[in-house]
Design a binder for this molecule. Sequence first.
Ligand code: NAD
Length: 498
Amino acid sequence: MRELTHFIGGKHVPGTSGRFADGYQPMTGEVISRIPLASKAEVRAAVENAKAAWPAWAATNPQRRARVLTRFVDLVARDNEELAELLAREHGKTIADAKGDIQRGIEVVEFACGIPHLLKGEFTDGAGPGIDIYSMRQPLGVVAGITPFNFPAMIPMWKFAPAIACGNAFILKPSERDPGVPLRLAELLIEAGLPAGILNVVNGDKQAVDAILEDPDIKAVGFVGSTPIAEYIYTRGCAAGKRVQCFGGAKNHMIIMPDADMNQAVDALIGAGYGSAGERCMAVSVAVPVGKGTAEELMNRLVPRVESLKIGPSTDSSADFGPLVTREALDRVRNYVEIGIKEGATLSVDGRDFKMQGYEDGFYMGGCLFDNVTKDMRIYKEEIFGPVLSVVRAEGYGEALSLANDHEYGNGVAIFTRDGDAARDFASKVEVGMVGVNVPIPVPLAYYTFGGWKRSGFGDLNQHGPDAVRFYTKTKTVTSRWPSGIKDGASFTMPLMH
Ligand code: NAD
């Protein structure tokens, strides 16, 4: 069994708190690692290292900072197979899906490689006699990211790449379920030429998070995870005077209009509902067929597709999805299926008893499909985060739109239709941050921003894209006058630029 470490000041540092978490291999159910859970003192050691390294990094010109990230992109490509295998081993997703996780992270690193352009300020020549005004973006100092288990490569990269490109030093607190890849990424950054102390990885749980929130030298915190923790971190971080952005849970609806291409809609639901065992914040968990005929046709086609989903160990390249992340997650999802039955929903496909031959202790479950789910049910209101799709039948377009708008989460949504008017109306009126038109998982590319509305996102700025540069920098505006010899005497009125 491997004992993992923290990564502080460019080196692996063993845990000293005496507290550890077990790291599982979900496909077999075995414990494969011991993960140290940092104390406040260990978080402080990381902050001290970051603080000491930060001034020189902030003074390094943006091209040089970008070059480190360019080399990092090459190193991740070189080690792609190894990283994907490690990710799949700790998380449970298939290796092909793990490669997607890495790739969507790398796209944000590539975006951050454009930092010399992204950091350019504004300039007004001749705003008054001899007066120019310009603005500049400066790094904040030491900043932190707290990330979830479900994208152990992508989300850490979404956080640290823009932050360090902007000239900050970073403390990453990855999920204690699968910290192996974040630790490898930190090693690769050192190999790429990042100075020691600019990216530190502190493993841990609530104690480490609280230490981050309390540390006066940490200027900003970015979080991704479940909504209750997002709200907690947002509230505490803001009260401590930090800049905070927190992205939370989701219940993503897919509306299927009567004119939709049904083959396309069913393929989309199968992939977006069950891919990665439903453990994606952009997974579709609610299908809303509009009209009785649409619902009947959808169910007739969905049932055999869900029944024939191929579940397998992460190493099986023909598997549609792998196990859930932990036994606790498996029990939670199974429990939701029980709740749905008790609430009166129709369980059209029951995957609860699926057993993976040869991997009996792994955390597997088959796909489940509920029909006749209603708004008042817990399985509709709460995030299940597993391979369970709920069908909520709507009579008309207006009802389908209201379902998405009235839900407390507002991360992603999709509409499947051939009607341009309906699609345009939907995109304009829906109260959700990321919208797909005939696209089931509308995760924006790196140069747009990613973020949900309502209780899926707390804070004003989104992740990646231009918002990431705004989040990780502060703006300074300079008004300068040359030649300095102009004499206009003291003025006691509000300065005007005539
Ligand atoms: P989680 O909230 O349990 O954990 C996220 C992070 O918070 C981890 O680093 C964890 O160590 C820490 N944490 C856990 N409990 C804590 C506590 N009591 N106090 C302080 N910190 C604590 O989430 P998860 O199970 O790792 O990830 C799944 C969740 O993340 C889902 O709800 C999913 O929708 C959400 N998610 C959201 C997005 C998004 O962009 N909106 C993206 C990915 C995942």
